[in-house]
Design a protein around this ligand. Structure first.
Ligand SMILES: Cc1cc2nc3c(=O)[nH]c(=O)nc-3n(C[C@H](O)[C@H](O)[C@H](O)COP(=O)(O)OP(=O)(O)OC[C@H]3O[C@@H](n4cnc5c(N)ncnc54)[C@H](O)[C@@H]3O)c2cc1C
Length: 453
């Protein structure tokens, strides 16, 4: 404890008991949704941007590593601490100002995604990027991971809505990009987007909002095989139909969701697709979706026009991550993405893994983007199982890349995928990424040990 105190002394001198050294009382701050757990040296809840500037400057002088944190819902260990590090939580920076004339909002990084969406909706505006964690995740975490969401196919992901950032660098200096800066040239917003806490602390986010579209019907389609559902997705894309939401869930995932909270009666289904159409042509789009589902052997088609009833259908999807986790002792969640035309092949490969491995393997995801969350579900851990899963994960990554896809649909690299970065990015690209990191953080104090193996 003495050594720890010494390391954080300058921070304690400045912030007193706000530097929390009794980290064992804050177990949630030792992990994120990846479940990788490491106790930090100390935790600090910043109340404002000045706190962030001061804390970072003091950490730099004392060579204390810093791990920025939003809500800790990340799946790849990005917010997992290191033992001698300071967890710098941004969750209390909650400024939210919606400008309905210029159609934009200024948000503290601690704003929960759904709160921005609801405030925007009150003035007829829409912030579309809605990760399934939208009732927990922070906007700071969304920017740092470039989060996707259910509406991403039609409306885009986080990066498509960020028009400026305020951020604090390791030198304790304020960086202003996009609308916060004086000019449009050399916009550094894109450099910070998806930077996973490696480059700077994001302290304010300016987002653009769009007019709230007219929401059309929600459609649930059930299929006898996962491949039929995946082929339907490919067919819908090929026909130029753009649903506002198109989500895929395999049969095991649907069972998990039903056991967790039964909101819809589905007798049997080896896979389901959930659609929402929106905009002036929502009804016509819904009709075309019905027709393609029927051609691809849908065994059940149900449409809800009443938003309250549609919510029950969406709960099947919104509950999924927690439901799948609750269904086994251990969940190893991967997140890959292929061109939607290749989704049938990827889904078939996941089924093959499920048949071959001594654990359940299920999948679901934002199908319009070809995004698939593949979960390895272990009922009872023993030392023979982990190597088999490790091998299967490698095969999954190789298959994904062979199908023209990417290793991370939306969950980032963090700790969990850093050993695989070289599979997707060649040596010179990785070297350039490291050079950017070194420019921002020459002494490697910001989230060290992440992203690069
Ligand atoms: C149930 C569930 C469903 C999910 N569904 C989706 C989904 O549909 N789409 C999707 O993309 N993701 C999804 N995720 C993953 C996760 O919610 C997102 O990655 C989210 O953006 C993380 O936000 P957070 O506030 O929890 O960030 P954290 O987990 O706290 O942090 C994530 C990373 O961002 C960094 N960071 C956080 N805040 C800041 C900041 N202010 N400045 C600099 N760096 C920062 C951290 O250091 C870390 O590297 C899901 C997770 C769960 C548990």
């Amino acid at each position: 404890m003495k050594d720890i105190r010494r390391q954080f002394q300058s921070l304690i001198d400045r912030f007193g008991t706000r530097i929390l050294l009794d980290t064992e009382h804050y177990p949630d701050y030792a992990r994120d949704a990846s479940e990788i757990t490491v106790s930090p040296g100390a935790i600090f809840f910043a109340e404002n941007e000045t706190d962030v500037i001061t804390a970072i400057a003091l950490c730099r002088e004392a060579s204390v590593p810093i791990i920025f944190r939003g809500a800790g819902t990340g799946y790849t260990g990005g917010a997992v601490p290191i033992t001698n590090g300071l967890v710098l939580s941004l969750e209390r920076l909650k400024r939210l100002e919606v400008d309905d004339v210029q159609k934009r909002a200024f948000c503290g990084p601690g704003i929960i995604t759904i709160d921005l969406m609801q405030q925007a909706e009150q003035v007829g505006l829409f912030y579309p990027p809605d990760p399934a964690s939208y009732d927990e995740s922070t906007l700071g975490g969304n920017v740092a991971e470039n989060a996707g969401g259910l509406h991403c196919k039609k409306y885009g992901v986080t990066k498509d809505y960020i028009i400026g950032l305020r951020a604090v660098t390791i030198r304790g200096e304020l960086l202003k990009t996009g609308v916060y800066s004086d000019g449009d040239l050399f916009d550094l917003t894109g450099v910070l987007l998806g930077s996973e806490g490696l480059l700077a602390a994001i302290t304010e986010i300016a987002v653009r909002l769009i007019d709230l579209p007219k929401t059309g019907p929600t459609i649930l389609a059930a299929f006898d095989t996962a491949e039929d559902a995946a082929r339907t997705v490919a067919e819908i894309m090929r026909n130029g139909i753009v649903p506002a939401v198109m989500e895929f869930m395999d049969g095991d995932a649907v069972t998990c969701s039903n056991r967790y909270e039964k909101t819809v009666e589905i007798d049997r289904a080896e896979a389901i697709l959930l659609f929402e159409s929106s905009g002036h042509d929502a009804t016509a789009t819904a009709e075309r979706i019905h027709s393609i589902c029927r051609t691809n052997r849908a065994i059940l088609l149900r449409q809800e026009d009443d938003p309250a009833k549609a919510m029950l259908l969406w709960k099947v999807r919104r509950n999924l991550s927690r439901a799948v986790k609750a269904s086994a002792e251990m969940k190893i969640a991967e997140d890959v993405c292929v061109p939607p035309s290749q989704l049938p092949k990827l889904v078939a490969f996941v089924n093959e893994l499920d048949a071959r491995l001594p654990v359940r393997v299920n999948s679901y995801g934002h199908a319009g983007d070809g995004n698939l969350h593949v979960n390895f579900l272990v009922e009872k851990t023993d030392e023979t199982i982990q190597p088999l899963i490790d091998q299967a994960v490698k095969e999954l990554f190789h298959k994904t890349l062979a199908l023209g896809g990417t290793l991370t649909g939306e969950h980032g690299i963090g700790l969990a995928k850093k050993a695989f970065l070289h599979l997707e990015f060649d040596t010179s690209t990785r070297a350039s990424m490291k050079k950017v990191k070194a420019v921002f953080d020459p002494t490697n104090l910001l989230n060290p040990g992440k992203m690069f193996a």
